[in-house]
Every structure is written in C-alpha cells, then in structure tokens.
Ligand binder design. Structure first.
Ligand code: FUB
Length: 349
C-alpha cells in the first residue's frame, strides 16, 4: 500500500501570506504607492527644508525562509524618498547607506528613522551584528537624503529594532525603539541579551518599547533606556495577552496641541494603535486604532505635519500581490478630533 501524500505543513507566516494573496484580488486600494520601481516599507517621514523626506526600508526578494522570525526581511541598503508637495513627484535619491559600509552589521537592515540638528542629519537604523543580535546604529550626513556615513559601532545601550526619533519643542531629541519576535525584545528582559528570553505570561504586564534621551551630539544615549508603558483606562499596564492593544513594534511619537501621541503596531493583530500622555516618557493611555490592518502581515507607519495638515505614512503589500516581505509605502491624511482622538484610517474601500 502506498502512503497517503501529506502536504508539508505551512508555518504561520506562510499561511498569512497565502491568505493575503487571495485577499489582494478582492481589495480596492484607496491610496497609491509613493514609488513602484522598488519595494519600500516602514516609512519614517519628516519635513526638512520645506520638503517631505521619507526614510523607508528597501525590501528585496531573497532565498531566506519565510517564518515568524522575519528571516524573509533580508534588506541590504536604504534609499531616501522626497516630495515637494502632496501628490507631487516623488524623488528616489538612490542608495543612502549600504550594508557593506556598516562595519559592525551582518544582515537585515530593518526600519530606520532620521533627525536633524545643527547642520547634520542623523540616520538611525537597526541591523543584526556579527553574532546575529539586533543593534541600532547611527550614520550622518550634511544632506537629508544622504549618502550617510555609519559610525563604526552601534549606539551603546541600544538594542532590538525600529528606532524612531522625536524632537520635543525644547529641542531635546529622544529615541524610541524595540520590537517582539524577530525584533528580539523578549531576549532583553535581563540587563543583557538572553537567547532563551521569552514573552511574559498572558496575565503579566506586556513588554514595553524603550525610550532614551539622545546625547547633545545625537550619537549616543544620555541615559539608560526607560520603559514606554501603555496603560488602560484604569491606569493599569496592558497585559501581554492583550494582543489587540499591546505594543509589538514600530514605535512613533508626535505631539499635537501639547499632547504626546505614542503610536505603534500591535504585530500579530496587525493594527496601528495609539496612546496619549503628557510627557515623552509616558505613561501613555491607550486610546484606539489609527490604521486598521493592511494587506500583508506587518503594519508600520509614521505621522508628520506638512503645512497645516497631518499625514499618516504606512505600507502594505499590494504592489507584490500580497507578499508580506515585498511592500510599498503609501500616505493618507489624518484628522485629530476635538477630543484629542484620531480618526481611524481604513486603507481599502
Ligand atoms: O521591515 C522589517 C520589519 O518589519 C520592521 O522592522 C518591522 O517594524 C516590520 O515592519
């Protein structure tokens, strides 16, 4: 008797991908990709010299396995995009930084961000070091689109992924960072990297993003990173099992009418959520969802003001027909309501 033919089991990431490809055929997109000649993701947008600059990841196809550790996100360089007006031409300024030019890094150039101070542009980026541990580095340029020159070592005391820089009204800059699973945040629950580190039990407080004040020269931390705690309406920290609200990755902070908005991806529930507070350190009280799930597994965004309007930059996988690791950057206007809440965006009709 011949054995029945068993299909090899698909892992979670592969199942999500298969589902997304069929969903892609049904979705009608509301917004177009900013560029379509390369795959882009994780857009961090800033206004420098009156123009919008977008600092995205540059997605590529690779032979890596598709898994929940994110091995398929095998990026090797960064491009910077810019536009002078909303709906205008988007310029790709070419390669701004390459893996080959980062002494300490071995692979996976994930979501970056940028900041400006006293004539220098600072580009913050995560990558795995030679031991496979995610660290955060900084590179500098005298132009917003680079090319950037990487410092020889990662920032001391920085780890995990998804750096996001925020400049407060007093000129102080803060760096937010962290991400679960492939981003390794659960392996930093001790003061050192523990390769066996796990997420807390579902009933325990969730893991938090981290924040540190940047030094005056913007290339080091001026303090030991602190937890960015998100609490519920009763002031209780969100629980690790509260997957629809707790922090997963993709920190971003913006300030509107004196309120600090901390927004982030909920990861395995695929939303961009937000919480508000009265200090860049938080605590932040959970408020709701800015962006509903998009096509593809990841959801990652930034929020910036341009002229008198506010914009959400985000990505989805529509350009690749739903392949989660081949994404495209898009943008949409957002509205802060009178009560301080943000109107939820849905990317599809
Ligand atoms: O692009 C690689 C990773 O996917 C980012 O660092 C995460 O935020 C997610 O978007």
């Amino acid at each position: 008797m011949t054995k029945p033919h068993l299909k090899p089991e698909l892992n979670h990431a592969q199942l999500v991908q298969r589902e997304a490809v069929s969903k892609a055929q049904l979705l009608q997109e509301k917004h177009s990709p900013l560029v379509s000649h390369i795959f882009t993701a994780d857009p961090s947008a800033h206004v420098f010299n009156g123009k919008i600059y977008v600092y995205p990841s540059h997605d590529i196809q690779s032979d890596n396995e598709i898994n929940d550790n994110g091995d398929q996100y095998a990026m090797r360089d960064y491009h910077v995009l810019s536009m002078e007006k909303i709906g205008g031409v988007v310029t790709d300024h070419g390669v701004a930084l390459s893996l080959e030019n980062v002494e300490w890094a071995s692979e996976q150039l994930w979501a970056p961000d940028a900041a400006y101070k006293k004539g220098t542009y600072f580009f913050y980026f995560p990558a795995r070091d030679k031991e496979g541990v995610f660290r955060i580095g900084v590179a500098t340029s005298d132009k917003p689109a680079g090319p950037f020159k990487a410092r020889p070592r990662p920032i001391e005391g920085a780890f995990s992924i998804d750096p996001a820089a925020f400049e407060d009204d007093d000129g102080k800059h803060y760096l937010y960072f962290g991400g679960l699973w492939g981003g390794q945040l659960e392996k930093w629950r001790k003061p050192y990297f523990d390769k066996n580190g796990k997420e807390p039990a579902k009933s325990e407080p969730a893991l938090n993003a981290k924040v540190a004040l940047l030094s005056d020269d913007m290339i080091e931390f001026a303090e030991v990173p602190k937890d960015v705690v998100v609490v519920d309406e009763y002031g209780e920290p969100l629980k690790a099992g509260d997957n629809h609200r707790r922090f997963f990755e993709a920190s971003w902070v913006h300030k509107h009418n004196g309120i600090y908005y901390f927004s982030y991806s909920t990861g395995d529930t695929h939303k961009i959520a937000y919480a508000t507070g009265t200090s860049p350190y938080g605590p932040f009280t959970y408020k709701g969802v800015i962006l509903n799930p998009v096509l593809g597994w990841t959801n990652h965004h930034s929020i910036t003001q341009f002229q008198d309007k506010w914009y959400l930059f985000y990505h989805d996988s529509s350009l690749s027909g739903g392949q989660s690791h081949l994404r495209c950057v898009k943008m949409a206007e957002i509205k802060h309501l009178k009560d301080g809440n943000i109107k939820t965006v849905t990317a599809y009709r």
